[in-house]
Design a protein around this ligand. Structure first.
Ligand code: UDP
Ligand code: MG
Length: 313
């Protein structure tokens, strides 16, 4: 097994030294599975603290610690992609992806590699059995999101799944071969198929530095995920349209018959206003939904690179 560990980093100057320490400690336990020394690909995603300087130091001290530095912040998904591509170039037979903040416990890696070496699966992934320490509102939305995704998309995602996993070369090759701009790795990992083994662990709070995700950042990421893997919103909007048209037809019939047989006493306008505003709302919702999809299509057809590498070693 030639394992390459990919780590996206955005302003992780506080975490990186700890990360280096913990992984170095774990390497002895990885040795039984490794045919070649473990290598690392750190991806500096436009950090504004000393992250890049630290990466240079690590690389100077040990050639196995490779790094890429983006010309600006391109997002974690771009970082993962760039890192995995580099890992393939390095000749990895297995690629691990994990966060720099040690919320993905490195001590799980030997266990994951052991499961991998037993064969029968192309990925061994970690998921959080608990979300202790996370703001309850965030957990609530996260649970709803995974439930919803399971229902409306063809990429079934495990609740609590993280981007912490070890994968075989062929699986990583398939994930990297998907050129889409609106990337949602958790979905892509499931979409490519193969068998994934899950290892559960307790949530671990970030010890150093701060998270780069705001609540609304996560909401946007969730919308990206839904749009990338489901056309369900478009179908629902269309169905509402059909339902409304049938209702309108029935209503028309009713008014017609009433006017024909009972004359037409002019009724008040409040009901009219209600109907018009309700329908107006649904129309705008429909147009907005279609708009989101179109904006995603626009981003895809521009065929821009997903990231620009300014420095690497
Ligand atoms: N990250 C990144 N680019 C970004 C945001 C985050 O590369 O724009 C990295 C970050 O450095 C970390 C990982 O993605 O290694 C997960 O980020 P974070 O810990 O902030 O997210 P959380 O654990 O709260 O989901
Ligand atoms: Mg984190």
């Amino acid at each position: 097994m030639h394992l390459v560990i990919v780590v996206p980093c955005h302003n992780e100057a506080e975490s990186l030294p700890h990360f280096h320490e913990r992984l170095t400690a774990v390497e002895a336990d990885l040795a039984p599975y490794a045919s070649e020394p473990v290598e690392y690909v750190l991806v500096d995603d436009g950090s504004t603290d000393g992250t890049l300087a630290l990466m240079r130091q690590l690389n100077q001290a040990d050639q196995r610690w490779h790094y890429l530095s983006f010309s600006r912040n391109f997002g974690k998904e771009a970082g993962l992609l760039a890192g995995m591509r580099r890992a393939l170039d390095l000749g990895a037979t297995h690629v691990a992806v994990m966060d720099a903040d040690l919320q993905d416990p490195p001590e799980l890696l030997p266990q994951m590699c052991e499961r991998m070496s037993q064969g029968g699966c192309d990925a061994v992934a970690a998921y959080r059995q608990t979300r202790e320490g996370e703001p309850p509102i965030r957990s609530w939305f996260a649970h709803r999101f995974y439930g919803f995704m399971g229902k409306v998309s063809d990429a079934n995602m495990k609740d609590g799944a993280r981007d912490f996993r070890v994968m075989t070369r062929r699986m990583v090759t398939d994930v990297c071969s998907m050129p889409e701009v609106g990337r949602f790795s958790k979905g892509l990992f499931m979409w490519v198929g193969y068998d994934t083994e899950w290892i559960g662990y307790k949530n671990i709070e970030r010890e150093h530095g701060t998270t780069s995700w705001s609540f609304f950042g996560l909401v946007r990421y969730a919308i990206d995920g839904i749009i990338a893997f489901s056309t369900w919103p478009l179908e629902v909007i269309s169905l509402i349209g059909v339902f409304m048209s049938i209702l309108a037809l029935l209503f028309l019939l009713f008014i017609f018959v009433r006017a024909l047989f009972f004359g037409d006493p002019v009724a008040g306008w409040p009901s009219l206003v209600c109907v018009i505003t309700f329908l107006g709302g649904i129309q705008i919702l429909g147009i907005g939904t279609i708009g989101i999809y179109i904006s995603k299509i626009y981003a895809e057809v521009k065929h821009r690179p997903l990231y620009i590498i300014a420095e690497e070693a």
